[in-house]
Design a protein around this ligand. Structure first.
Ligand code: DAH
Length: 337
């Protein structure tokens, strides 16, 4: 009898202090499980003399019932508590203000490149591409720049091991395209070029260029001026004056540099245009017969070509004063576009 009372007291205490359902289950097993203390007592009843069995049996069963009820109540309480905790955790405040999601946007050079492509495509130009790693043949020889010709020095070249190089301009795409396509043709070729140069606010060793090429039977400088003028108007979204002055590039004859009136001072002269009122933005000219020959075409064809620096155009359009900003990954710069 004392054992029974002791068991009841201890079990009730342990039930009361069980912190979760698992602990409660352990307590249950200890007393009422298959080998539980109380279970064993109940099992031993059958070996008792009849009178004792009746008396003791009733008490033992009362304890069992009382403990079962205590377990059930405690279990229900714990379950409710756990449900409440889960609810608390998953609760969503539908009235809370939303969080602003940061959305990426296009890089200013991508914007300038896309705009350029869109304008030329609307004038019937296809977009062509060539590899960044070029051979000397495509980058120089085929463009009428023979080995040992001093003109090669103009392009400070990154040479790779055993011959290939990083293209110094997009002009080799002219050759690659003409090898595969017969005139009449009009293309632009945007792409990265590399120069072995030290950097400052107007020099980078990695640049974007846009090459242009138009070949037909009867193409003249007048066509070049018309196309380029239309491009400037649409790219800068205003009337821009431009001029062609004689310049030398081995792959064109005659060759020009193209300048536009300074967009900052309107041509009056300022620090951006170094007081000249003009800004150089491209090289251009009539395709040299040797270039046609190198690409396997008859030198009878006529055509013009140009090469723009895309950074230069973007700097003028968006008023950027340091070319190094483009590849700086500086968010204070990039977030302005
Ligand atoms: N490839 C020249 C450079 O990188 C630019 C250029 C000049 C391209 C004249 C042309 C051209 O197509 O006709 O400096």
């Amino acid at each position: 009898m004392t054992d029974l009372k002791k068991i009841k007291k201890e079990a009730e205490k342990e039930i009361g202090s069980a912190k979760d359902l698992k602990e409660l289950q352990d307590v249950f097993n200890q007393y009422l499980g298959k080998r539980g203390e109380l279970t064993q007592i109940l099992r031993s009843l059958k070996d008792m003399p009849k009178r004792e069995r009746i008396m003791f049996g009733k008490d033992a069963n009362d304890v069992k019932n009382a403990l079962t009820i205590a377990f059930d109540e405690k279990s229900a309480g714990l379950k409710a508590g756990e449900a409440r905790a889960a609810e608390e955790k998953e609760w969503i405040d539908v009235t809370a203000p939303g969080k602003k999601i940061a959305v990426g946007h296009l890089h200013p050079l991508t914007l300038a490149k896309r705009k350029t492509m869109e304008i030329f495509q609307s004038m019937g130009f296809a977009v062509a591409e060539g590899p960044d790693i070029e051979t000397e043949w495509y980058n120089f020889d085929a463009l009428n720049i023979p080995k040992d010709h001093p003109a090669r020095d103009v392009w400070d070249t990154f040479y790779l091991k055993d011959g290939p190089l990083l293209r110094t301009h997009t002009s080799p795409v002219q050759i690659r395209y003409m090898e595969k396509n017969n005139p009449p043709l009009r293309i632009i070729a945007p792409g990265t070029v590399y120069r072995h140069e030290s950097t400052d606010s107007s020099h980078e060793f990695q640049l974007y260029q846009v090459e242009g090429l138009m070949v037909d039977k009867d193409i003249s400088v007048a066509n070049l001026k018309a196309v380029v003028g239309e491009f400037f108007r649409r790219f800068f979204e205003k009337e821009v004056d431009f001029r062609l002055r004689p310049d030398f590039f081995p792959f064109v004859e005659p060759g020009f540099d193209i300048s536009i009136t300074c967009l900052v001072c309107g041509g009056k002269g300022c620090s951006v245009c170094k007081e000249t009122g003009w800004l150089e933005v491209a090289g251009a000219g009539m395709v040299h017969p040797n270039v046609f020959k190198a690409a396997g075409l008859s030198p009878e064809w006529q055509g013009w070509a140009f090469g723009f620096g895309l950074e230069r155009l973007a700097m003028l359009k968006y008023r950027i004063n340091d070319i190094r900003l483009f590849r700086s990954s500086d968010l204070r710069f990039l977030n302005q576009f």
